[in-house]
Design a protein around this ligand. Structure first.
Ligand code: FHN
Length: 428
């Protein structure tokens, strides 16, 4: 699956059943927390007193910071205020089921004490807590999956280090670097047993599909149940274990598992000047839009270097949590149904629905001025019942589909959920 023709390396065999079983928790999860956290968090997107454009975790590149200037900044990275339990509780209360943290972003700094490098949060620094261990323990305690992000490009490793960080890192010793990655990934697996290994940086021109397949197989043997994202190889062609659209939501369901990552403002890493906070309405509607198409939303927060979160992101997650807990069924039970686009919002079918009996969830984003909701492209049997919070709503057939009377429905600010239970359903 996902390999280009004539490709030498083969994925280790896995039956469809085994694959589906391994992936089930992930596809059921629907919503996860992404965390971008590293030495760049100490700068908050500013260099020498001035904001640097673009993503804060890329500041080394866009601020033209040399390795000699950047490396010493790691001494300022002290997550003293990091409260793993509080981070994970915020995620849980927002309705998230897993988290993924940047254990090594492009800057090359490692958030755990790696035997492979000194550029890490570990021995030799004044900070001697194992923050990944704390987060993993908190995830276990609160029932969330723990995931580790790992960048393939590495601006610090001697095989790629240059005067200036770049999009295409030079490569001087690929074999040495691949061994380094494998040793580090083994450390992560042995120490933290991640449920997800989330790669990035696959666009490096020295990284091939074959390298990705080899790494995938290596990891699969080390951790048979771990879920691995498609950026382990080349994201545009490789589909296993899940696709990773970024700042983008596909128009329909896909033939493989996928997770769309978005951030709560603009930058992934903490950036003081970034005020492009997404509204709760945008975030909830994004979550619904993704979930009805069978995907997961991985929503990113960029904590400050000390481990505290910007107030706004705490607020955003709390607001989302109020909606997700009130509409848990309409999120957890949603399955893709191919229907024409509905101008007012989204539609999903409830798990296990069949043409002869089932339910639909309607998520109303834009309130129809007429007070009547037209569900187009569908014909239902006579005894079909549309409900809102247990109240039965009047519904009638129209030329286009059905029309539901919303006069007794109280609109929700973000997305109002109705349920339609039908005895028969057919396309219009
Ligand atoms: O370059 C990174 C970026 O900094 C961020 O980590 C995002 C998250 O998916 N991924 C990369 C670009 O694809």
């Amino acid at each position: 699956m996902g390999q280009s023709p004539g490709h030498a390396a083969e994925l280790l065999p896995e039956s469809d059943v085994a694959h589906q079983q391994r992936m089930q928790w992930f596809t059921d999860a629907k919503f996860g927390l992404f965390i971008h956290y590293g030495v760049y968090s100490t700068l908050g997107g500013e260099w020498k007193g001035k904001p640097v454009p673009k993503y804060a975790e890329w500041i080394q590149r866009w601020g033209k910071i040399t390795p000699e200037e950047y490396i010493p900044l790691s001494a300022d990275f002290r997550p003293d205020a990091l409260d793993a339990d509080a981070w994970v509780k915020r995620a849980k209360e927002a309705g998230m089921k897993y988290m993924v943290i940047t254990t090594k972003h492009h800057e090359g700094f490692c958030l755990w004490d790696s035997d492979q490098t000194e550029f890490d949060l570990g021995e030799g620094t004044e900070f001697d807590r194992d923050i990944l261990g704390e987060l993993k323990a908190a995830c276990d305690k609160h029932g969330l999956g723990f995931g580790t992000y790992y960048s393939i490009i590495d601006w610090h490793h001697p095989s790629q280090r240059a005067r200036q960080a770049s999009n295409q890192t030079p490569m001087h010793d690929k074999e040495g670097y691949v061994n380094y990655m494998k040793a580090q990934l083994k450390e992560l697996i042995e120490q933290y047993d991640p449920a997800v290994m989330w790669f990035d940086g696959d666009w490096a021109n020295w990284w091939t599909m074959e390298d990705g397949v080899d790494l995938y197989n290596y990891l699969r043997e080390l951790s048979p149940d771990m879920v691995i994202n498609n950026r382990v190889a080349k994201r545009k062609q490789f589909k296993k274990d899940f696709g990773t659209p970024e700042n983008f939501t596909p128009g329909a369901a896909m033939d493989h598992a996928w997770e769309s990552c978005w951030t709560v403002n603009h930058s992934w890493g903490f950036k003081k000047s970034d005020t492009k906070w997404k509204s709760t309405e945008v975030l909830i509607q994004k979550l619904v839009d993704i979930v009805v198409k069978g995907g997961n939303l991985l929503l990113n927060v960029g904590p400050r270097a000390d481990g505290s979160w910007p107030e706004m992101s705490i607020q955003q997650l709390e607001d989302m949590g109020r909606w997700t807990s009130a509409h848990a069924e309409a999120l957890r039970e949603a399955e893709f149904i191919a229907l024409p686009e509905q101008p007012w919002g989204r539609v999903a079918q409830a798990k296990g629905s069949k043409p002869e009996k089932g339910s639909l969830f309607l998520y109303v984003f834009d309130w129809p001025k007429s007070g009547k909701l037209g569900l187009n492209g569908i014909r239902l049997g006579q005894a079909d019942v549309s409900t809102f919070a247990g109240k039965v709503l009047a519904a009638s057939h129209t030329k286009e589909g059905i029309s539901i009377d919303l006069s007794s429905v109280e609109a929700n600010d973000y997305a109002t959920v109705l349920r339609v239970d039908y005895k028969t359903m057919s396309p219009q």
